[in-house]
Design a protein around this ligand. Sequence first.
Ligand code: PMP
Length: 340
Amino acid sequence: MDRLNSVVDAIGNTPLIRLKRASEITGCEIYGKAEFMNPGQSVKDRAALAIIRAAEAEDLLQPGGIIVEGTAGNTGIGLALVANALGYRTVIVIPETQSEEKKAALRLLGVELVEVPAVPYKDPNNYVKLSGRLAQHLAETHAQGAIWANQFDNVANREAHVVTTAEEIWTQTGGQIDGFICAVGTGGTLAGTAMGLKRRSGHIKIGLADPRGAALYSWYTSGEMKSEGSSVTEGIGQGRITANLEGFTPDFSYRIGDEEALPILFDLIKDEGLCLGGSSGINIAGAIRMARELGPGHTIVTILCDIGARYQSKLYNPAFLRAKDLPVPAWLEHRANFNV
Ligand code: PMP
């Protein structure tokens, strides 16, 4: 193992883990990029670091400066740990519906946390828009200045995945890769990794795994920005073309329901020792669908976005699942830490 100067240097270079059952049932080789092994335990550490480095390069951040962001949690955790290591402060606006585990992690990291009601993007009080206004206010009033990370429309996010995630996957597979698929929050991971991989080989197919409640499946398949249903997954589900998605089109699109994604996550805990968050379930379900479409013998990579411990009170809580009419494996009743 390398000896590193700071936690910032531990971001990225995550392993690819073969997903045994997904591979066996499709006759393909399906790998998950273990982004939960980043220091902030999610894929968003990459975007957080890239956004802060881009702001520094433009001289927008002074020591003690504030980084403001609207986030479902993981970007905030990434920003906070990088900010703590580099001497900045963080103010995070989060929809109150996000998991308590993520909010607790943010508080522990010293984030100033602003919880707001979850309202649609078109509402001026949406968490993203609020965070933009708050950043502007702090930039004008705080002596050391403030920046808005703006992960949805700041393409430093996507660029992080062009330069790191895609290159790592290309090297780790030795170029033997036929498909890449994942879900979209900001679109940084999907569009950035897709752009990087397509630059390496035009033959690699790209898939979108869209949860219910998101509109991109409908957009890419029928040109209509329309959503249907809802999902208990967090951090994904987009209803507009963010700057990070501009110029990107998937080769395959799938709409995936929670009832398809969650049993995959439950089996991964029991049989493969992988405890993941909800978006990883949507991603793996998408990889399985894409494998079936491409046929046996192909290699497909997806993203294992974050760690399951972040959702013990929700995805891995039988009472929560029952309240949402979602399947509860019998063994979970005995293992769950939460039963509220
Ligand atoms: N999964 C989780 C758990 C996330 O927090 C996020 C980011 N919000 C994503 C997936 C999606 O990543 P991206 O923003 O790069 O589209």
